[in-house]
Design a binder for this molecule. Structure first.
Ligand code: KE4
Length: 431
């Protein structure tokens, strides 16, 4: 596979950006090799600057649930652009998207748009601290909620991929207010509440983890966290930046019947343009400026083009669309497991709907500790064999692969042919 131009561009990019990228996980540090510089996306496919075509399972890390350049989305964005790119003033488009969000997730009584998932989660934490008058925050080892200071403690995604314990630059004074517990370990969380319950402002969780690779909540786990929060007067914040409107009409909260105090969104609600959002109980959200004293703001919040992209994307996500994603996810998972078995490579495949991860380990993956037992070397061999054969999986063992409604049966066939070669390559790696 010719990658000359990507290599040349990566050399230039390294003179401009730290690690040659504008977000760490894109640098292929978790798998080695040269990141591909992308020329365009169409449907379920990416084409890089050297003309190589790939079936794309990154989908901009989740937002493109209807595929690249979905005609309905592009049309609405172009329409919006004709009227203006940004006003710094209210516009009907933000009402349109917000009413669609509330219609599908009625527990979001009020919300605030921003421009990234990180803004949404850091704002939600500030609101929880302001509303409760408490300082402590609980998060889970390996969960990633964006690059905000309070959250870069035992985080997943790029922090996990790079094996960074936490991030330098986060003052100890900030980090000490972030308590952590293992994911899927209810006794550990119960003990944390018993010791600190009176000072815990909130618990924030990825309902289905994507940032350690996919990890599925044990039955009743999420509901039990919700009950613990209620008992101790802490707010329950569900981070649906990745799962929101991906795991179904009501996201993970709909799937698991959760009624959180606050929810964070990103990715899909922007349809590929920069959008984040946080929202929930009106009693809580009415404490946000200018209605209340808790400050949050953003120049491009509610940007009309981004609102148009989000609205068009959500409108495409019908029950039939979710059924298609489930069918594709089931078929892909079955094919991958069969191929791994044929190659005699022990794997664990964790999937919820259109989010899945192949862990190269024989141990079930239920939390950060078990995820870290997976062989990143075998994953790297698998990843590069897929890449060489036209399939673009997430470049890290600790990320989720995503399906879109644009992934065809032919795309899955191509993927499974490449996966056979991928598992054969992984089998050659001693663990
Ligand atoms: P952004 O600030 O990157 O829009 O969202 C942060 C965020 C918050 N919460 C969850 C559950 C998330 O998954 C994310 C971002 N996800 C990563 C991929 N695992 C973004 C990719 C990247 O960092 O480049």
């Amino acid at each position: 596979m010719k990658t000359d131009l990507s290599e040349k561009l990566f050399a230039r990019a390294n003179t401009l950006f730290p690690g040659g990228v504008n977000s760490p996980v894109r640098a292929f540090k978790g798998v080695g090799g040269t990141p591909r510089f992308i020329a365009r996306g169409r449907g379920a496919h990416l084409v890089d600057v050297d003309g190589n075509d790939y079936v794309d399972y990154v989908l901009s890390w989740g937002p493109l649930i209807a595929g690249h350049c979905a005609p309905e989305v592009m049309r609405e964005v172009q329409e919006a652009l004709r009227e203006g790119s940004s006003f710094g003033a209210p516009s009907p488009k933000e009402i349109q998207l917000a009413e669609l969000v509330r219609e599908r997730a009625p527990w979001i009584e009020k919300m605030r748009f921003c421009s990234s998932g990180t803004e949404a989660t850091t704002a939600a934490i500030r609101v929880a601290r302001g509303f409760t008058g408490r300082d402590e925050l609980v998060k889970f080892d390996g969960c990633y909620h964006g690059a905000g200071d309070p959250l870069l403690v035992k985080a997943g995604s790029g922090v996990e991929t790079l094996g960074l314990p936490d991030s330098p630059g986060v003052p100890a004074d900030v980090a000490r207010h972030t308590l952590t517990a293992p994911y899927n370990d209810l006794p550990a969380l119960t003990r944390l509440f018993a010791a600190h319950g009176a000072t815990i402002a909130a618990v924030i969780i990825e309902p289905v983890v994507g940032n350690m690779g996919v990890i599925v909540p044990r039955p009743g786990y999420l509901e039990a966290i919700q009950a613990l929060c209620k008992h101790y007067g802490a707010l329950f914040i569900v981070d649906e930046v990745m799962t929101g409107f991906r795991l179904g009409t009501g996201g993970a909260c709909g799937l698991y019947g959760l009624r959180p105090d606050l929810v964070c969104f990103g990715k899909v609600i922007g349809g590929g343009l920069p959008v984040g959002a946080f929202g929930g109980r009106a009693e809580v959200m009415d404490r946000v400026a200018p209605a209340g004293p808790i400050y949050q703001a953003g120049t491009l919040s509610g940007n009309p083009m981004a609102m148009a992209a989000g609205t068009a994307t959500l409108k495409l996500m019908t029950p039939a669309a979710y059924a298609l994603l489930e069918a594709r996810g089931t078929a892909l998972a079955a094919g991958l497991l069969a191929s791994a078995a044929e190659a005699k490579v022990p794997v664990q495949l964790n999937r919820v709907g259109s989010m899945l991860t192949v862990f190269f380990t024989s141990t079930p993956v239920t939390d950060a500790a078990s995820a870290r037992l997976a062989s990143t070397k075998r994953f790297g061999a698998f990843f590069h064999a897929l890449l060489e054969n036209g399939v673009y999986f997430p470049p890290s063992q600790f990320e989720s692969a995503f399906l879109s409604t644009a992934h065809s049966e032919a795309d899955l066939d191509l993927t499974l042919r490449a996966a056979k070669l991928g598992f054969a390559a992984a089998a050659k790696i001693e663990v």
